[in-house]
Design a protein around this ligand. Structure first.
Ligand code: PHE
Length: 350
């Protein structure tokens, strides 16, 4: 092999072994630089006889061009490899889930609450709201449950270390029944006037809200939710209670396949009184009687305390546990799950 071919091979080999642009520049200097092999050969031309110079010069030039071509090829290859490596290092994995803002949703108690308002609203019930810190009068006395009456111990009430206008300690309302008195009293005049004019007039309201008792287990929490219902008019009977509550349950649970049972009970503010139990005829809860509400015909003394004539205004009231209704509707077995704020539980209701 000719000496120049060997040189070109050596250059190709040197370039191929250069792993970085800097190494490649060093290799280039060895062959094409001022002190490089090609330059040396060119200098050597001077000492050749004139007749040989031309052919030898052309051969060296050819070798030089071959080396330059190999150099530029290797330069491009190294640049491409560097780009490739950089792209791989900086790559964005488009398959990673993005950082999103969490999609909010209503709490299951709020869902049940809104549903209750919507259903009773469709049956002509007004929706009322009232204080959670109550006076003794509204929580008990006006509801025919006077001081020292044994029925007061039906609820383990939270008392506030402050007295109300009636000189009695304020309480965290243990039920929504005070709203019966508040709402009816506020509207009593209008209804009495309407009756006096010979018009029909009735009080039809629900009052959902927070309630408090000294209670804490899988089915009771110190803070819970009730919805009070009140329907008073000239001819409102227990039959209306049954129909109203049955229709409510069918709408709330989205099934006609249920029956109600009115189980005799006692509340100072209703007479007669009944617990309302529901039984599903199909589905996961089928077959069991499940208590959902207290109820009864409003006691005449309570109607009087509302400022109404019990001879003209008769009707029913009920007080249902919203949490209980939500547990049954959503199949939740422990009431405390509603109040722990665990996102894994709550996000199931989105
Ligand atoms: N207030 C009663 C309770 O909390 C429920 C009830 C309301 C009963 C209205 C009768 C009428 O247990």
């Amino acid at each position: 092999m000719d000496e120049l071919d060997t040189l070109v091979d050596a250059a190709r080999d040197g370039f191929a072994r250069s792993a970085s642009p800097a190494e490649l520049e060093n290799a280039k200097a060895r062959f094409l630089g001022k002190a490089g092999r090609i330059t040396e050969l060119m200098k050597g031309l001077a000492s050749l006889p004139t007749g040989e110079k031309k052919a030898r010069g052309a051969a060296i030039n050819q070798a030089k061009q071959a080396i330059e071509a190999a150099l530029s090829e290797r330069r491009q290859a190294l640049a491409a490899a560097q780009l490739e490596a950089q792209l791989a290092a900086e790559a964005i994995d488009v398959s990673l889930p993005g950082r999103q803002r969490g999609l909010g949703g209503l709490h299951p108690i709020s869902l049940a609450w809104e549903r209750i308002e919507q259903i009773f609203g469709s049956m002509g019930f007004d929706v009322a709201d009232g204080p959670e810190i109550e006076s003794d009068w509204f929580s008990f006395t006006a509801l025919n449950n006077p001081p020292n009456h044994p029925a007061r111990s039906m609820q383990d009430t939270f008392y506030v270390d402050m007295k109300g206008e009636d000189g009695q300690f304020l309480n965290l309302r243990p039920h929504t029944s005070p709203m019966q008195i508040r709402y009816a009293t506020a509207h009593a005049r209008r209804h009495a006037d309407a009756l006096a004019r010979g018009e029909t007039s009735d009080i039809r309201v629900i009052a959902p809200g927070r309630t408090y008792r000294v209670d804490n287990d899988a089915t009771h929490s110190p803070m819970f939710h009730q919805v009070e219902g009140l329907w008073l008019g000239e001819n409102v009977s227990f039959k209306d209670l049954k129909v109203t509550y049955l229709n409510f349950c069918k709408a709330f649970f989205e099934t006609d396949d249920l029956v109600l049972r009115f189980r005799p009970s006692y509340f100072p503010f209703t007479e007669p009184s009944a617990e309302i139990d529901v039984r599903f005829q199909s589905g996961p809860l089928a077959g069991k009687w499940l208590e959902v509400s207290g109820s009864g015909q409003v006691h005449p003394q309570v109607v009087r305390n509302m400022g109404l004539d019990p001879e003209r205004f008769i009707g029913f009231a009920f007080g249902s546990g919203i949490d209980r209704l939500a547990m049954l509707r959503y199949g939740v077995s422990d009431l405390r799950l509603f109040f722990e704020g665990d996102i894994r539980f709550l996000s199931q209701f989105r």
